[in-house]
Design a protein around this ligand. Structure first.
Ligand SMILES: NC(=O)c1ccc[n+]([C@@H]2O[C@H](COP(=O)([O-])OP(=O)(O)OC[C@H]3O[C@@H](n4cnc5c(N)ncnc54)[C@H](O)[C@@H]3O)[C@@H](O)[C@H]2O)c1
Length: 374
């Protein structure tokens, strides 16, 4: 198969969807790999590291035109919509529930669009979201601690405190991959950490791994209101797979928070779980509402591309190999986890939560198969 890697054009996005190590695996399997010029630069993989393993370097036009399978990191932007074509497979993060415009553009393209974030195993794990969630969770507490500093508009509080002075309070809403990792770093910094979860099984697991160092509370509107009012740092880390994030923190609750406290809404890529959130970028990561600093960067792992490119491709490569070796149709027939990743196929929305988010018709994947062979 012709596998192409497009350069990311989203602001401050430095990741790339395939490392030279991954390119070598694919060329060894007999696939042709074409990389857009400069695609790996931001992750410290210059073009010659790809040509050294048998990949070709090409222009943006050639990569999109030649490739049966296009690998990306972030969702296509409007200038990329027209590059997609029927019969092509796009494998990337899509977060379609957050954008009707993108969903419609993908439907119009006729391409098969497989979203990293909805690839889901039978035990409900999200293997392609997990590595980025680990990174985003860790960054959330780092960023939160930084924006609590006075010169950048924070309360002027050291999250970890010092002997004789109480630490700050970090409240994490959603104790999944992001929440667990945010809690680990906040604990490491010395903060007092509370996690609000709605899954009792998940809380049991968190207690096993984190012990008594965290307070675990059942998530409810009342509990969120109480916890948020006392917090110095709030990390929003809930997820309902594929769906828009529920607005668990209302404008009123933000109004009840301490002046100079920080909300880090990691769930912003699914629309955000805070009513006052809107997406921000690494160049302008924060804004203030009612005295509360909002950090809402939609592509947090993009800030640490050397770590996140490797972590992402470690997870995606086995699926890329399956699609390249067998074609998408056979690959999804053999792997139910990958099949759950298919969001748009032959102009139909095949992921129920995305269709629901935009009031579009939902067509189950098996109704659209057989696929147009790539
Ligand atoms: N901004 C970024 O750069 C970035 C990067 C990675 C992930 N994310 C986003 O972070 C969010 C969390 O991802 P994740 O991998 O941790 O997901 P996850 O599925 O591992 O965890 C989500 C957790 O939220 C819990 N939850 C659901 N509803 C809840 C509620 N009402 N109250 C409390 N908890 C609730 C679930 O039980 C689950 O444990 C997602 O929206 C994901 O897309 C953002």
């Amino acid at each position: 198969m012709n596998v192409g890697v497009a350069k990311e054009i989203k602001q401050d996005e430095y990741r790339v969807a395939l490392t030279p190590a991954g390119a070598l695996e694919l060329t060894r399997r007999g696939h042709s790999v074409v990389i857009e010029r400069g695609a790996g630069d931001g992750s410290s993989f210059p073009d010659n590291t790809y040509t050294a393993v048998g990949a070709r370097i090409a222009s943006v036009e050639d990569v999109w035109a030649e490739s049966d399978l296009v690998l990306k990191v972030k969702e296509p932007l409007p200038e990329e919509y027209g590059r997609l074509r029927e019969g092509q497979v796009l494998f990337t993060y899509l977060h379609l529930a957050a954008s009707e415009e993108l969903t419609r553009a993908l439907m119009d393209s006729g391409a098969a669009c497989v979203a990293y974030e909805t690839v889901e195993s039978d035990d409900r794990a999200l293997p392609l979201l997990a590595p980025m969630s680990e990174i985003a969770g860790r960054l959330a507490s780092q960023a939160g601690a930084q924006f609590l500093e006075k010169p950048v508009g924070g309360r002027g509080l050291l999250l970890g405190g010092v002997p004789g002075v109480a630490p700050g309070k970090a409240v994490v809403i959603g104790g999944g991959m992001v929440g667990y990792n945010a809690a680990v770093i906040a604990l490491g910094l010395g903060a007092e950490v509370t996690i609000l979860e709605r899954s009792i099984d998940r809380m049991r697991h968190l207690e096993e791994v984190l012990g008594s160092r965290v307070t675990l509370l059942m998530s409810s509107a009342l509990q969120i209101e109480e916890s948020v009012a006392e917090a110095d740092l709030v990390v929003g880390a809930v997820l309902i797979p594929g769906a828009l994030a529920p607005k668990l923190i209302t404008r009123e609750m933000i109004g009840g928070m301490k002046d100079g406290s920080v909300v880090c809404d990691v769930a912003i890529d699914q629309g955000g779980c805070v009513e006052t959130s809107r997406p921000t970028t690494h160049s302008e990561p924060v804004f203030v509402v009612d005295g509360v600093t909002h950090y809402c960067v939609a592509n947090m792992p993009g800030a640490v591309p050397i770590t996140s490119t490797k972590a992402l491709t470690n997870a995606t490569l086995p699926y890329v190999e399956q699609i390249a070796d067998n074609g998408l149709r056979e690959a999804i027939a053999e792997d139910a986890a990958l099949a759950r990743g298919v969001n748009v196929l032959d102009g139909q929305v095949t992921y129920e939560a995305v269709a629901e988010a935009h009031g579009l018709d939902y067509t189950p994947l098996h109704d659209v198969l057989p696929l147009t062979p790539a």
